[in-house]
Design a protein around this ligand. Structure first.
Ligand SMILES: [Zn+2]
Length: 184
């Protein structure tokens, strides 16, 4: 069965199986920025005690942030100013695949699949700036937290926390707590 058919069939069962809508939970007003890693799906949120309705979840490859006016910051702006989020959690994870992505190899693969060279070269920030910004998951969390705190579009009274998640054990380690920073 094609993947799309599997998704639609699962959804039909999901809808039919639901006895009643979930009860309304108090919103936790958290904006969560994390990685798209498949192991985090249905694992990170329960590990954090975040339930449906609690958090705005933003994901990308390696929870990377390289553009100060890009999609991640824009999503945070909407989460904070339009949707009432008052804390931000940046959650990286151990064994993140972004640490293994090789720029030259990725570039060759993309060109081999017919991506025009001009399109690759027109990327701003460049492929190198993006992949090069990711050295290790821990350092990336520190870097992204620092960038969000320093971004003029993000209000200074919003604590921005950094955490590192173990996608096997489910343990969360605190990298950088945001309360002391906002209290200054
Ligand atoms: Zn990852």
């Amino acid at each position: 069965m094609a993947l799309l058919d599997e998704i639609l069939e699962h959804n039909a069962r999901f809808v039919a199986d639901r006895e009643r809508p979930l009860t309304r939970q108090p919103a936790r007003k958290i904006a969560l920025f994390t990685c798209m890693d498949t192991r985090l799906v249905e694992f990170l949120e329960p590990a954090m005690g975040i339930r449906r309705g609690d958090a705005k979840v933003i994901k990308n490859a390696g929870n990377t942030l390289i553009d100060p006016a890009g999609g991640v910051i824009r999503s945070l702006v909407v989460a904070i100013f339009a949707l009432g989020c008052d804390e931000v959690c940046v959650v990286g994870h151990r064994d993140c695949g972004m640490a293994q992505v090789d720029e030259a190899a990725l570039r060759e693969t993309m060109l081999g699949r017919g991506v025009p060279l001009e399109a690759l070269d027109a990327l701003r920030p460049s492929l190198r700036e993006w992949l090069g910004a990711f050295r290790d998951p821990h350092g990336n969390v520190l870097n992204v937290v620092r960038q969000i705190r320093a971004n003029p579009l993000i209000p200074g009274d919003v604590p921005v926390h950094g955490l590192l998640f173990d996608p096997v054990a489910g343990r969360l380690d605190l990298v950088d707590a945001g309360y002391a920073v906002t209290a200054r």
